[in-house]
Design a protein around this ligand. Structure first.
Ligand SMILES: C[S@@+](CC[C@H](N)C(=O)[O-])C[C@H]1O[C@@H](n2cnc3c(N)ncnc32)[C@H](O)[C@@H]1O
Length: 213
């Protein structure tokens, strides 16, 4: 692992310390896509699942959920809190997503695709396309350039809208043009800037629904 990857894993392992299922908040952003989720025949992948907010939403709907994250601590918590999850894996998505072609009906990547350069994002997206069924869906939320409460525009801009922060981490903030360019290999059917309240201060995100092409 390179130093950036080690920093990122350490950072998230420190965040994902012990917590119980009762403390996990669900903020219902996936309600927008409920008909797609309700009719999913194949499993759903929670990619960068963290503490499992979306995993919890999905298992409450009796869905078959696979949950993966680079943070071992996140996965330890998911295993303990959500025995309903079909499979968990500690996995760095930059190293490929180690599942067979066409395995999933839906990939959910909630706040987990805004840490990468253009090139790395492209390689992650090609893996997502590969593991998704041809008519499958990618549902995401990412930082927007207006997410000023959470560091938008701060640090050294090393690529368009992609920053190295003062603690050596990387963060990307999207505008709508970025979304349409970066995810152009998918058919975007929903793209909306939204406010979310899961954190102490309001967070501004793009919520995007896309279909595999
Ligand atoms: C802001 S949290 C979001 C967690 C969860 N999806 C949610 O919405 O609560 C970002 C998560 O993405 C994970 N992540 C970041 N980079 C990753 C990578 N390269 N591979 C796998 N997971 C990654 C982090 O470990 C962290 O758990």
């Amino acid at each position: 692992m390179n130093i950036e990857a080690v920093n990122s894993v350490n950072f998230w392992n420190n965040i994902h310390t012990n917590y119980d299922r009762e403390t996990i908040k669900v903020d219902n952003w996936l309600d927008e896509f409920s008909s797609i989720i309700d009719s999913a025949a194949a499993p759903i992948l929670d990619l960068g699942c963290g503490s499992g907010n979306d995993t919890l939403y999905l298992i409450k709907k009796n869905k078959n959920v696979f949950a993966v994250d680079q943070s071992e601590n996140a996965i330890i918590n998911i295993k303990r809190n959500f025995p309903e999850v079909i499979e968990t894996r500690t996995m760095n998505m930059l190293d490929g997503i180690d599942y067979p072609d066409n395995m999933f009906s839906i990939v959910i990547a909630d706040l987990s695709l805004h840490y990468f350069s253009d090139e790395d994002t492209k390689s992650v997206l090609s893996e997502i396309k590969r593991i998704l069924r041809s008519e499958g869906y990618l549902l995401i939320r990412v930082n927007t350039i207006n997410d000023v409460n959470h560091g938008a525009g701060e640090g050294e801009e090393i690529e368009h809208h992609f920053y190295r922060t003062k603690d050596g981490m990387f963060k990307r903030f999207f505008d709508e043009e970025d979304i349409r360019r970066v995810f152009s290999e998918f058919n975007i059917f929903f793209c909306e800037e939204q406010k979310m309240m899961r954190y102490r201060s309001e967070k501004t995100v793009y919520c995007v629904g896309m279909k595999n092409t």
